[in-house]
Design a protein around this ligand. Structure first.
Ligand SMILES: [Zn+2]
Length: 181
């Protein structure tokens, strides 16, 4: 049983607002049958796969590609991968779940961005936001997860202190999964 999804982050340019960390730029999921990685087009689709992954393992045919075909992306250190926990709920409508890899690659931080652009960094902040914005009360608190994806050490750039242009990848994988070589 190996199910995974991932997302990866892009090369960071010298943009001011990304100076504090790297964001995800690519999402991927691992086929439960052939173990190849398939790129997932959008965060929404990725979250959908991730939320149901425990009951419905991802397979290539969901992307309408045969298992025999080449992988879309390889798990290697050409980009930094982060692994999301499978089964995490989909982000409530109107909100965006944002993941930022710290500049030193030590960990990822999770936060939610409200429809008005406010950052919520904890479940308490979500609760206070919903309290003063009752129009969002339909969003269950349990659907906000601050479980950070795991940064895969074997995909870190050699010198993590350098502002390396390596991309970052996020993924979800079953905890029983071993690292791929
Ligand atoms: Zn496959």
């Amino acid at each position: 049983m190996e199910e995974e999804e991932i997302a990866k982050t892009p090369k960071q340019r010298a943009k001011k607002d990304v100076a504090q960390g790297r964001v995800i730029d690519t999402y991927a999921a691992q086929c439960d049958k052939c173990h190849k990685w398939r790129v997932i087009d959008s965060q929404e689709e990725y979250e959908d796969i991730r939320s149901r992954m425990l009951e419905q393992p991802f397979t290539c045919d969901k992307k309408h590609v045969p298992c025999e075909g080449p992988p879309d992306i390889d798990y290697d250190s050409s980009r930094t991968w982060v692994i999301d926990k499978p089964g995490l709920p989909k982000t409530p409508k109107g909100f965006k779940r944002s993941l930022v890899l710290r500049k030193d690659y030590s960990k990822m931080d999770t936060y939610y961005i409200t429809p008005s652009g406010k950052k919520l960094r904890s479940r308490n902040e979500v609760a206070s936001f919903v309290k003063v914005n009752p129009e969002f009360q339909s969003a269950p608190l349990g659907d906000f997860s601050f479980t950070n994806p795991k940064v895969m050490e074997d995909t870190l750039p050699l010198d993590a202190s350098l502002a390396s242009p390596a991309a970052t990848t996020t993924s979800s994988r079953n905890s029983s999964k071993q690292l791929q070589e």
